[in-house]
Design a binder for this molecule. Structure first.
Ligand code: NDP
Length: 238
């Protein structure tokens, strides 16, 4: 049975990916931080293994990686999805907020990757998908730290794809546009309508839209695709 590990999947896009993978017959493990009840409900619904792990904490990230490898014995797919946003002017951004963003979006992607690669290399197969953002491609005003993290994920993905391609491991990013999750909690209905109007396909994205793109990148149909950014944004960034 194929195995997958997803970070930050108690809610939102990550939970959508857990559901699609489980429905597709994969064995899945995922991390969460605060949403204990949602994580337990998702585990009950899908049979996935829920692991509490603060993705900003190196020891917890390494322990979660070890649990995954011990439980599954091999890992076919690692999907890095955990993340938070910070909105505001860059001159008002505390250093700690910058560091926290980089810890959850970038450092944990590195730490899990480093932990999983030996097993993937010895299997001569594996699949890594980082959930980046269209803001990592083009940058967003008031989200300088977030955009920098999402661009860092794209840079990491490209270099890693070159480094591990010869070992049969593919590495890609999805770059979602505006996806209607809790992360959009600060937006009013009017803000959301304005975003729809800026989007050529005239709607907000869903977690299923992103999960379908991830499923495609993990599939055999994508077996010649590596080092790429797959946008899922309704045409907002072209
Ligand atoms: P949500 O806020 O809906 O969910 C975030 C998830 O990440 C939750 O399951 C949360 O767990 C988990 N998480 C956050 N911080 C940590 C942490 N330190 N350790 C472990 N888990 C953590 O976000 P989305 O689903 O919208 O976003 C998922 C990813 O998609 C993020 O990387 C985001 O940057 C990216 N993205 C989102 C877009 C959007 O429009 N929504 C657009 C482009 C990219 P818990 O609740 O248990 O704490």
């Amino acid at each position: 049975m194929k195995t997958a590990f997803i970070t930050g999947a108690s809610r939102g896009i990550g939970a959508g990916i857990v559901r699609q993978l489980s429905a597709g017959g994969w064995r899945v493990a995922f991390t969460y931080l605060n949403s204990e009840e949602a994580a337990a409900a998702l585990a009950g619904e899908t049979g996935a293994l829920a692991i509490r792990c603060d993705e900003r904490d190196e020891q917890q990230v390494l322990a979660a990686s070890e649990t995954v490898l011990k439980t599954f014995r091999h890992l076919d797919a690692f999907i890095h999805n955990a993340g938070t946003a910070w909105t505001g002017l860059v001159q008002d951004m505390p250093t700690d907020a910058w560091d926290q963003l980089f810890a959850v979006h970038v450092k944990s992607a590195f730490l899990h990757t480093r932990a999983f690669l030996p097993a993937m290399i010895s299997a001569q197969s594996g699949n890594i998908v980082l959930v980046s953002s269209m803001w990592g491609q083009v940058g967003a005003s008031m989200e300088v730290g977030y955009s920098a993290c999402k661009a860092a994920q794209i840079g990491m993905m490209k270099a890693l794809a070159k480094e591990v391609g010869p070992s049969g491991i593919r590495v890609n990013c999805v770059a979602p546009g505006v996806i209607d999750t809790d992360m959009m909690g600060g937006y009013t209905p009017e803000d959301k309508q304005a975003l729809r109007e800026e989007t050529p396909l005239y709607r907000l994205g869903t977690v299923e839209d992103v999960a379908h793109a991830v499923m495609f990148l993990l599939s055999e149909e994508a077996s010649f695709i590596t080092g790429q950014v797959l946008p899922v944004n309704g045409g907002m960034v072209i």
